[in-house]
Design a binder for this molecule. Structure first.
Ligand code: GLU
Length: 469
C-alpha cells in the first residue's frame, strides 16, 4: 500500500516549531517510503482563520523545503461534501438534530459537576422527533453506546477507550458549519491518508474520529501522536522561552537544514547520530523511533548545528540564504565581492547568518566612522608612515591577489623595520573600520583595490585630524 501522510494546520497563527516538527515527521515518513504528502488548511473556524496565517504557514513550509505533492486543500472549499455526508448519516439514523439551548447545556454541565461526574452531553435529543419549528439546532453524531474503540498508536502503543466515555459530539453547528472532528475524518478518507501524524493534543479526538469513520464505512488510517515540546523550564514551549515561530529562526540567521536537523532529533533518534543530511533523515526515519516522552527545546544545540551547517554546507546553498539576509539589511551585493567568497572567508567566525552579515558589512558598505576603541589604539600618528608606505605599494599592484597583497604588507614592514602587527593592525582598522577580520590579505582582496586605497586615505585624514585637535 502506498503511504500517504498529511500536515493539517489550522491557520490561526504563524508556523510554530512544534507544528514544523510534526510536519517534518509526517513529510519524512512519506518521503522515505516513496509516498505522497498532502498539505491541508483546516480553516473551518472562520472567526480565527486568517489569510495572513495561511500565507505564513506556506512560507514556513517552503522555507523549510517540506514540499507537498498535493494541496493545499482548504476545508472551507469542501463544505458541500461534508454536508452531503452529514445528511447521509442523518438518513441512516447515525446523526440527529439537537435543539438544546446553551442554557440547557450549561445546566446539564453544572448538575454533572455538582454530582462529581464528568460533564458530557446526555443524549436528550437522541431519540426525539418533536422538533420545534424555526428554532436553531445542531447535528450530533450518534456515538455507539456499547463497546470500545481500540487503535494502535505508532508512538504510544495500544489505546482503548470505552464508548461510554464519549458523548454525542456536534458535527454541524447551528450556523451550518461542520466541525473539526467531522471534517478531518472526511478529508483523511477522501484524500486517502494512510498515516495520521499529529500532535498528542488530538489523541482524545481519535476514538471519536474512528467512530465517525466506521459510521461512514471508511477505512481507518494508522495514527502517530507526537509529544509536546517543552521549554528549558519544563513548561510547554511558548514565546516566553524565545523564538517559537519558524520564520523567526530564519530572521535570526538559521539555515533551514540546521532547524530540520535540530527538529528531527528533538524527539526522534537513530542510534547516537546527531548530524543528518536530508537523505539520511529520509532513509532512517521511522514513526516507531519517535519518543513517547516530551522533549525539551535546547537553543544551544540548535546554534551548534547551525554553526556546523554554515561551515560545511555547499557554499552555493549558504549563499542563497545569505543573499536574503544582506538584502533584508539593504546591503547591495553588487557593490562588493561575490558572497561565496565572503562565506569562505567568514564561515568559521559565526554562529548565524545574521552575525555573518554584521561582520561582513564593510565589504558592501562604506563606513563614516571607525570603531572608537580600535581607532584609539591603532590609528595614531605613529601609524601614519606605515599607512602611507603600504598605500603606495598596494596602489602599485597590477595584480590584486592575496599573495601580492601579502607581499606588499611584508615589504612595508621590512622597509620600515616594523613588526607585521604595526602595519597590519592600522591597515585592518583603516579598511574594515574595526579590529576584527579574516587574514588581512584575503580581506583586502575581497574589499578590492579602489576601496582599500580610499579607506586608507580616510584613515590618514582621521589621523591628521586627530593630531591637529
Ligand atoms: N488542524 C489541527 C491543528 O492544527 C490538526 C488536526 C489533525 O492533524 O488532525 O491542530
Amino acid at each position: 500500500m502506498a503511504i500517504k501522510t498529511r500536515f493539517a494546520p489550522s491557520p490561526t497563527g504563524f508556523l510554530h516549531v512544534g507544528g514544523a516538527r510534526t510536519a517534518l515527521y509526517s513529510w519524512l515518513y512519506s518521503q522515505g517510503n516513496e509516498g505522497e504528502f498532502v498539505l491541508r488548511i483546516e480553516d473551518t473556524d472562520i472567526e480565527r482563520s486568517t489569510q495572513e496565517a495561511i500565507d505564513a504557514i506556506i512560507e514556513g513550509m517552503e522555507w523549510l523545503g517540506l514540499k507537498w505533492s498535493e494541496g493545499p486543500y482548504y476545508q472551507t472549499k469542501r463544505f458541500d461534501r461534508y454536508k452531503d455526508l452529514i445528511q447521509q448519516l442523518i438518513d441512516e439514523g447515525k446523526a440527529y438534530r439537537c435543539y438544546c439551548k446553551p442554557e440547557e447545556l450549561d445546566a446539564m454541565r453544572e448538575k454533572q459537576m455538582a454530582a462529581g461526574e464528568k460533564p458530557r452531553y446526555t443524549g436528550v435529543w437522541r431519540d426525539r422527533t418533536d422538533y420545534p419549528e424555526s428554532e436553531p439546532f445542531v447535528i450530533r453524531f450518534r456515538t455507539p453506546q456499547e463497546g470500545s474503540v481500540t487503535f494502535t498508536d505508532h508512538i504510544r502503543g495500544t489505546i482503548e477507550v470505552a464508548n461510554q466515555e464519549l458523548d454525542d459530539l456536534i458535527i454541524l453547528r447551528s450556523d451550518g458549519s461542520p466541525t473539526y472532528n467531522f471534517c478531518v475524518v472526511v478529508d483523511d478518507w477522501d484524500m486517502g491518508i494512510t498515516h495520521v501524524v499529529r500532535g498528542e493534543d488530538h489523541i482524545n479526538n481519535t476514538p471519536r474520529q474512528i467512530n465517525i469513520l466506521r459510521a461512514l464505512n471508511a477505512p481507518e488510517p494508522e495514527y502517530a501522536h507526537v509529544s509536546m515540546i517543552l521549554g528549558d523550564d519544563g513548561a510547554k514551549l511558548s514565546k516566553r522561552h524565545g523564538a517559537v515561530s519558524v520564520m523567526q529562526y530564519r530572521d535570526d540567521g538559521y539555515l533551514p537544514q540546521a532547524l530540520l536537523n535540530y527538529l528531527v532529533r528533538l524527539g526522534w533518534s537513530h542510534g547516537d547520530q546527531e548530524i543528518f543530511s536530508l537523505a539520511e533523515m529520509k532513509e532512517h526515519f521511522t514513526l516507531d523511533g519517535i519518543n513517547k516522552a516530551a522533549s525539551a527545546f535546547n537553543t544551544e544545540k540548535l546554534v551548534w548545528l547551525n554553526q556546523h551547517y554554515i561551515k560545511t554546507s555547499p557554499v552555493s546553498e549558504v549563499a542563497s540564504h545569505l543573499a536574503w539576509h544582506l538584502n533584508e539589511q539593504k546591503l547591495d551585493i553588487s557593490t562588493g565581492p561575490a558572497i561565496e567568497d565572503v562565506i569562505q572567508a567568514q564561515a568559521d567566525r559565526v554562529k548565524t547568518l545574521k552575525e555573518l552579515v554584521e561582520i561582513s558589512r564593510y565589504f558592501y558598505e562604506d563606513f563614516a566612522e571607525f570603531d572608537a576603541k580600535a581607532a584609539k589604539k591603532h590609528l595614531r600618528p605613529v601609524a601614519k608612515e606605515a599607512l602611507d608606505v603600504v598605500k603606495t605599494k598596494l596602489e602599485a599592484l597590477a595584480d590584486w591577489q592575496p599573495e601580492t597583497i601579502h607581499a606588499a604588507i611584508n615589504e612595508t614592514a621590512e622597509s620600515l623595520g616594523l613588526g607585521m602587527g604595526k602595519v597590519g593592525m592600522p591597515l585592518r582598522v583603516a579598511t574594515t573600520g574595526a579590529g576584527n577580520s579574516p587574514a588581512l590579505d584575503i580581506t583586502l582582496a575581497l574589499i578590492g583595490k579602489t576601496k582599500t586605497v580610499q579607506r586608507i586615505d580616510q584613515a590618514l585624514a582621521f589621523i591628521e585630524q586627530r593630531a591637529a585637535s
